[in-house]
Design a binder for this molecule. Structure first.
Ligand code: SAM
Length: 298
């Protein structure tokens, strides 16, 4: 039997032979499959990752291995997380004999990164992410910031613009504020739809996210910061005074050096942190007073 005839058989209509080895795979929309085939772009992405011989790389959605084939020979180990069973079988068959390669046929959103190692800042995460789950995927990975050295992702350009946006930019909002709390964000370069098969409808971009060793602002309660930012941007057209009235009174916010008649897109992360701490302290004080009252009644 020839090598190519042993490959897993594709289901449905056959796709294009992207690796030149006879493997035909019809891209599945539900898995966000747009495969990289432009060799110049693939090299540019690999160069921007700059894999080192000691690196432990984790690739999300390796697909047919367009990036994997270049990263694997240049690193110490590569764990690949791929949901599609046919692609997982193909990767195992083509790259599985390399001792540096480990394939996990799994959903990245349910994957426990801590199973890959516990050394601080030891994992370099990469991936041309499935666009339909890119935001939940990034926030899932940020549950393990202590393990991650950096993350280099291909995303929709618009998402990268939102991640990197600063106050006053048209793309500034909840996604950028929360990501910038956890990571330094670098928009590296854009990638046209023609670099993929099938071509997506939108332009893509490469972004690097580096978890901060110390957050750029200190907050008492990150969940409260998330609440404040979510509520402020749910009602984008309202002033902060109005949108935050459900969380805290105007009088309690009055002492802050922040103009509460501004709209949410005009405030910096540091200003959201100040609001968040005022709210979490007011909540804490409220709880203490309640406890004292019930104590007095007993
Ligand atoms: N890296 C390949 C490339 O650049 O050609 C493929 C990229 S394609 C945009 C996204 C890949 O993620 C596909 O291989 C898809 O099957 C995989 N994928 C989709 N959802 C996933 C999930 N929840 N967990 C892991 N992999 C997933």
């Amino acid at each position: 039997m020839s090598r190519s005839s042993q490959r897993p058989r594709p289901r449905g209509k056959p796709g294009r032979d992207l690796q030149g080895d006879g493997f035909l795979h019809q891209a599945r929309k539900r898995f966000g499959q747009n495969f990289l085939h432009d060799q110049n772009i693939i090299h540019k992405i690999v160069q921007s990752i700059r894999p080192q011989a000691t690196d432990h790389i984790v690739e999300i959605g390796p697909g047919q291995g367009a990036l994997t084939r270049h990263l694997l020979p240049a690193c110490a180990s590569l764990d690949a997380i791929e949901l599609d069973r046919d692609l997982a079988a193909y990767l195992e068959q083509t790259l599985g004999s390399d001792p540096r390669f480990t394939l996990h046929q799994a959903d990245v959103l349910k994957f426990d990164l801590a199973t890959l190692g516990d050394a601080p800042r030891s994992l370099r995460i990469v991936g041309n992410l499935p666009y339909n789950i890119s935001t939940p995927c990034m926030f899932h990975l940020l549950r393990y910031p202590h393990l991650i050295a950096d993350m280099t992702f291909m995303l929709q350009l618009e998402v990268v613009q939102r991640l990197a946006a600063l106050p006053g930019d048209s793309h500034y909002g909840r996604l950028g504020l929360m990501m910038q709390y956890f990571c330094r964000v670098e928009h590296l370069f854009d990638v046209p739809p023609t670099a993929f098969v099938p071509a997506p409808k939108v332009t893509s971009a490469i972004v690097r996210l580096v978890p901060h060793e110390t957050p750029p602002v200190q907050v008492d309660d990150v969940a409260c910061l998330q609440d404040v930012i979510r509520i402020a941007f749910t009602q984008r057209r309202k002033t902060l005074k109005n949108s935050l009235s459900a969380l805290i009174s105007e009088a309690e916010l009055g002492g802050l050096p922040i103009d509460m008649s501004l709209r949410p897109e005009n405030l910096s992360l540091a200003e959201y942190a100040l609001i968040s701490d005022t709210i979490s302290r007011a909540r804490h004080q409220g709880r203490q007073e309640q406890q004292e009252e019930s104590h007095d009644r007993e």
